[in-house]
Design a protein around this ligand. Structure first.
Ligand code: B4P
Length: 188
């Protein structure tokens, strides 16, 4: 199973990826998590990414493409993977196509998790409160910027994957378990 989870910030990509990897026994490849780990470890990549992420912009395609290309070579990706938060630009999607072709892999499906902006704001504000502000990008002002960036740079991927016959759209505003059920139905 080789899957992409696509959707605006707070749509539930990370939430659903964590559930799906348990079911299918495959790894979650989250560029957001990998970048946050690099920030926590204060690596040069993390230090450069922090400022960009904190203001709600996207880290450079070159950096994230490198992260994913390296990660896809790991043994645990042989049986499949859930890509969570990657690709986020057309350039990343094209780079992914090249990577997968080089590695003799193909995608099974791209799941678009849809949710209205007011629901996304509500969720992210709730997470910020519950986590004591653990994520610097979880506040209303930065979230609005992340939503604009999503509309400009990531939303074009919906048509990109629809044209390839890979896209399945899911209502991400339902409770977590219902979203999982809908994703499972879409990929089986
Ligand atoms: P990400 O880490 O990918 O984060 P996200 O888009 O905010 O969240 P996600 O959709 O995974 O939401 P979650 O499940 O957590 O990106 C952060 C930043 O990293 C980006 O802005 C960018 O700067 C950088 N980055 C990452 N990848 C990149 C790339 N490829 N290129 C360039 N830059 C990149 O859910 C959010 C909240 O909602 C949680 O609290 C959850 O509990 C709740 N929730 C989820 N589903 C729910 C449901 N059905 N009902 C109720 N609540 C729900």
């Amino acid at each position: 199973m080789r899957l992409i989870l696509l959707g605006p910030p707070g749509a539930g990509k990370g939430t659903q990826a964590k559930i799906l990897i348990e079911t299918y026994g495959i790894p979650q490849l989250s560029t957001g998590d990998i970048l946050r780990a690099a920030i926590a470890a204060k690596t040069p990549m993390g230090l450069a990414a922090k400022e960009i992420m904190d203001r709600g912009d996207l880290v450079s395609d070159t950096v994230v493409n490198g992260i994913i290309s390296e990660r896809l070579d790991a043994e645990d990706c042989k049986a499949g993977f859930v890509l969570d938060g990657f690709p986020r630009t057309i350039a990343q999607a094209e780079a992914l196509e090249d990577m997968l072709e080089d590695k003799g892999m193909t995608l099974d499906a791209v799941i678009e998790i849809k949710a209205d902006p007011d629901v996304l704001v509500e969720r992210v504000v709730k997470r910020a409160k519950e986590s004591g502000g653990a994520r610097a990008d979880d506040n209303v002002e930065v979230l609005r910027k992340r939503l604009d960036v999503y509309m400009e740079q990531t939303a074009p991927l919906i048509a990109f994957y629809r044209e390839k016959g890979l896209l399945q759209s899911i209502d991400g505003m339902a409770p977590v378990e219902e979203v999982t059920t809908a994703i499972r139905a879409a990929i089986t």
